[in-house]
Design a protein around this ligand. Structure first.
Ligand code: NAP
Length: 249
């Protein structure tokens, strides 16, 4: 099935590792010209760019902290100038900082909102100008099952992911007339660096709650992101697509 992504210009934030890397590779496989962003792990970012270029010779990386609005704006301006546009933005970069409400520190609250929400907001704002010009665009937010159902010890993380749903639905309404869609992909528990720290006991308890009986892979999420980014999903906007093995339904 041709997804109509050939030649589309895409930016995947946090595309150096995990889910973002899988999304970047899946988009490139469909013919998109993909740039990934990262913030610290240059070796992982370079490995991803090498893998991107193996598809059709294209693939770039750009380093900036998504919590820095000016740096994000500059990165998008440079990308639009060098590539001639921007069609797909995947706001994937995110951090998880866990802790019970009673003990959660203000600086952690600030950091998690800055990265997960402020970053997605300011980058979407920066990206939509080029998409409006092209009268075609796809903005995808990386939510979380935790934002849909809540989780003990993850109140701040859950709040940031719920916030992305409100942001996405508002953007979907504001940008629909310009043929720009905005949706959230909401992963369940996915095998990446982010979930590596779970103990065997935690993992077993979690698996007992997942009807499909396994954690998801980064590629499971990338498939949903790629479809939502495509022409095939042109009539889908303002939605939350849960990819969670049935953990929350
Ligand atoms: P990961 O393996 O920890 O990768 C995180 C990525 O985000 C890395 O590329 C990292 O860059 C980048 N990043 C982190 N902070 C950044 C910042 N301030 N500025 C720019 N880039 C930044 O995480 P993951 O598991 O793939 O998760 C990706 C997204 O999916 C996150 O939004 C996460 O909340 C969401 N999610 C994950 C799961 C899960 O089970 N794994 C479930 C639901 C939702 P560096 O390589 O430079 O550090």
């Amino acid at each position: 099935m041709d997804l109509g992504l050939s030649g589309k210009i895409a930016l995947v934030t946090g595309g150096s590792r995990g889910i973002g890397k899988a999304c970047a590779l899946a988009l490139a496989k469909e013919g998109a010209d993909v740039t990934i962003s990262f913030t610290s792990n240059e070796i992982a970012a370079q490995e991803t760019v090498d893998a991107l270029r193996a598809h059709h010779g294209k693939g770039e990386m750009v380093r900036f902290d998504v919590g820095d609005a000016a740096a994000g704006q500059a990165a998008i301006d440079a990308l639009v100038k060098s590539k001639g546009g921007l069609h797909v933005l995947v706001n994937n970069a995110g951090v998880a900082i866990d802790g019970l409400v009673m003990r959660f520190k203000d600086e952690d609250l600030e950091k998690i909102f800055k990265t997960n929400v402020f970053g997605a907001y300011t980058l979407s704002r920066a990206a939509c100008r080029a998409m409006m010009k092209a009268r075609w665009g796809r903005i995808i937010m990386m939510g979380s099952v935790v934002g849909e159902m809540g989780n003990t010890g993850q109140s701040a993380y859950a709040a940031t992911k719920s916030a992305l749903e409100g942001l996405s639905k508002s953007l979907a309404r504001e940008l629909a007339s310009r043929n720009i869609t905005c949706n959230v992909v909401s992963p369940g528990f996915i095998d990446t660096d982010m979930t590596k720290g779970m103990t065997e006991t935690m993992r077993a308890a979690l698996l007992s709650q997942i009807p499909l009986g396994a954690m998801g892979s980064a590629e499971d999420i990338a498939d949903a992101v790629t479809w939502l980014s495509s022409e095939r999903a042109r009539y889908v906007t303002g939605q939350v697509l849960s990819v969670n093995g049935g953990l929350y339904m």
